[in-house]
Design a protein around this ligand. Structure first.
Ligand SMILES: Nc1ncnc2c1ncn2[C@@H]1O[C@H](COP(=O)(O)OP(=O)(O)O)[C@@H](O)[C@H]1O
Ligand SMILES: [Mg+2]
Length: 247
C-alpha cells in the first residue's frame, strides 16, 4: 500500500448559513494521482482551498506530509506551502514578465541560488513541460495549452512533492488536453510527485486517476481506486460516467 501523504478528518466549512463542506474525511497517497469529482457547486474548489491553506480550517483536521497544517501559525504555514505546487484556473502568469521570469519568482524569493543556477533550473522546468523555446517569450505570445504548461512549470519550480490542480483543462481542446495529461503522468513517473486534481473530463480521469474522491453536496460519497468507482453502483457516480460517455 502506498504511503498516506494527506489525511483529512471531519473537515467542515460553513459560509454564512451555507454548510459547504460536511464531515469530510479521506486520504491521499504518495505518488498517486487523486481526482476530486462531483457536480458543479458540490465543494471541490472549497476543499482544495482548504488543503492549500487559502481558507482557514473552521472545523476538522488536515495533516499533510505528517504535519497538522490546520494547527500551524501563519509563518510556519507559509514556509510549509513550498511543499505544495498549485495550478488553479485563475492562476495566470504575469504578462509584464517573461515566461522564464515568471517561473523564477519563487526560486528568487525562497532560495539563495545565484542567477545562473536559477536560469539553469528554469530551463530544466521548461524542458520538462516541453517549452524550452518559450524561455524569453511573453505569456501573451503563448497559446492556451502553452500557458497551462508554463503555469505548470511555475507550480513545480520549487520541486514540491505535492501538486494541486483545479480544473486545469478548462478551455483546452482534446488534443492539447491529452498533452497536458501526458505531462501529469510524466511528473508522477519521473519525479514521483503526488497530484490532487479536480477535473470533469472523463477522458482525463480514465487516463490519469489512481483514486477517486467523489463529493456530493459537500460530503464524500465515494473514495477509492478508479476501478472501484467505475463499478461502485452508486447512482450519482454511475450517472456521471454514463453521461460523459454519451457526450
Ligand atoms: N468564501 C465563500 N463564501 C461564500 N460561499 C462560498 C465561499 N466559497 C465557496 N462558497 C460556496 O460553496 C459552494 C461550493 O463552491 P465550490 O467549492 O466553488 O464548488 P465546485 O468547485 O465544486 O464547483 C458554492 O455554493 C459557493 O458559492
Ligand atoms: Mg470549482
Amino acid at each position: 500500500m502506498a504511503k498516506e501523504i494527506i489525511r483529512v478528518d471531519n473537515l467542515a466549512a460553513t459560509f454564512g448559513t451555507r454548510r459547504v463542506l460536511k464531515d469530510i474525511s479521506f486520504s491521499i497517497y504518495e505518488n498517486e494521482i487523486t481526482v476530486i469529482l462531483g457536480t458543479s457547486g458540490c465543494g471541490k474548489t472549497t476543499l482544495m482551498k482548504h488543503l492549500v491553506g487559502l481558507y482557514p480550517v473552521q472545523q476538522g483536521e488536515i495533516s499533510i506530509l505528517g504535519k497538522r497544517t490546520d494547527l500551524m501559525q501563519e509563518d510556519e504555514f507559509s514556509r510549509f506551502q513550498l511543499n505544495m505546487g498549485v495550478l488553479f484556473q485563475n492562476g495566470a502568469l504575469l504578462n509584464s514578465l517573461s515566461v522564464a521570469d515568471n517561473i523564477s519568482i519563487a526560486l528568487e524569493q525562497h532560495t539563495t541560488l545565484n542567477k545562473q543556477m536559477i536560469k539553469d533550473l528554469v530551463k530544466v522546468k521548461l524542458g520538462l513541460v516541453n517549452l524550452t523555446h518559450a524561455y524569453d517569450l511573453s505569456p501573451e505570445q503563448l497559446s492556451g495549452g502553452m500557458l497551462k504548461r508554463a503555469a505548470l512549470a511555475r507550480a513545480i519550480s520549487m520541486d514540491p512533492p505535492l501538486l494541486f490542480c483545479d480544473e486545469p483543462s478548462a478551455g483546452l481542446d482534446p488534443v492539447t488536453l491529452a498533452g497536458l495529461d501526458e505531462l501529469f503522468i510524466k511528473l508522477k513517473q519521473q519525479i514521483g510527485i503526488t497530484i490532487i486534481l479536480v477535473t470533469h473530463e472523463v477522458s482525463s480521469i480514465r487516463r490519469l486517476a489512481d483514486r477517486i474522491i467523489y463529493l456530493d453536496r459537500g460530503k464524500v460519497l465515494f473514495e477509492g481506486p478508479l476501478e472501484n468507482a467505475l463499478n461502485c453502483g452508486i447512482p450519482q457516480i454511475v450517472e456521471f460516467f454514463e453521461k460523459a460517455a454519451s457526450n
